[in-house]
Design a protein around this ligand. Sequence first.
Ligand SMILES: Nc1nc2c(c(=O)[nH]1)N[C@H]1C(S)=C(S)[C@@H](COP(=O)(O)O)O[C@H]1N2
Ligand SMILES: [Mo]
Length: 321
Amino acid sequence: MLIRTPKAWELPESAATPESLYHLRPRRDFIKTLGLAGAAVATRDLFATTAGFPTRINPDFRDPALKPTAHELITSYNNFYEFGTDKADPKPNANKGWKTDPWTVEIAGLVNHPVKIDANDLVTKMGGAEQRVYRFRCVEAWSMVIPWDGFPLSKLITFADPKPEAKYVTFVTFNDPKNVPGQRRGTLDWPYLEGLRLDEANHELAFMATGIYGQAIPNQNGAPLRLVVPWKYGFKYGKSIVKIEFTAKPPVNTWQAMQAREYGFYANVNPNVDHPRWSQGSERVIGAGGLLGGRQRTLMFNGYEKQVAALYQGMDLAKYY
Ligand SMILES: Nc1nc2c(c(=O)[nH]1)N[C@H]1C(S)=C(S)[C@@H](COP(=O)(O)O)O[C@H]1N2
Ligand SMILES: [Mo]
């Protein structure tokens, strides 16, 4: 990614490991590591709750070939620029008195049912939480596998009851410069916001996460509510959402506003279209194969091509980074 401080936007390129390292990683290594993480999941599943909500594992969204990344890594290697630009910053900084409970979410814009609702009440209205295991791919060419708890975004859309003119959904994240030092600096244009086309938002894979591994989602991962769109790059996954707004026009999402040449609105994972500063052909698997991470090929739409390709029929995908 890139940031507004002097020249710092040249730095994050280091987050993208050179393609050549792909061949240096012994594969056996990371399969072993992932196996251990998998065993941990099985025990946790038995006691799964999300912020007080029992979680049902949804077998339709649990590919047995996917081995979840260790909880410790998912919750300590983060991008959350409100709390610092280093991967290790959000965990300590988002847990120094920043309150995510109680939390109010507003549903607004071109809907028949605008409402301000407590985040816990919203989850109850959505029928509670279910668990899905999804691939996660950051635009910086690293990846994880994350067991998310939450509810399908389509349920929230039905609840909001959009008017026919609504074509897009904007996810506005919190703005609290008084309590969040990072928001007193102009690293990005706060509040961080993201958007989807309404049909993308209604796709069965689009998800609102309220937990990870059957436990309440930690602050550093976007408590109490964050977007999950597994076929897109991670920057689409707006964290700690306060407002969901239905509009006729697409919003300019935060990273597009920052540098449109590098970050688009669609941001669909595409190994054939490189970032201007690094390859998107492969990815560093966090937690696999030692310090550098194991490397694997990146899949079209992050492995969800069969499910989502129809959304983009007739679009030249190379033109919509
Ligand atoms: N509000 C907010 N949401 C955000 C970000 C951010 O900086 N602020 N970073 C994005 C990026 S670039 C990524 S890769 C994911 C990281 O999510 P994780 O830390 O839970 O893995 O969150 C996304 N959502
Ligand atoms: Mo990212």
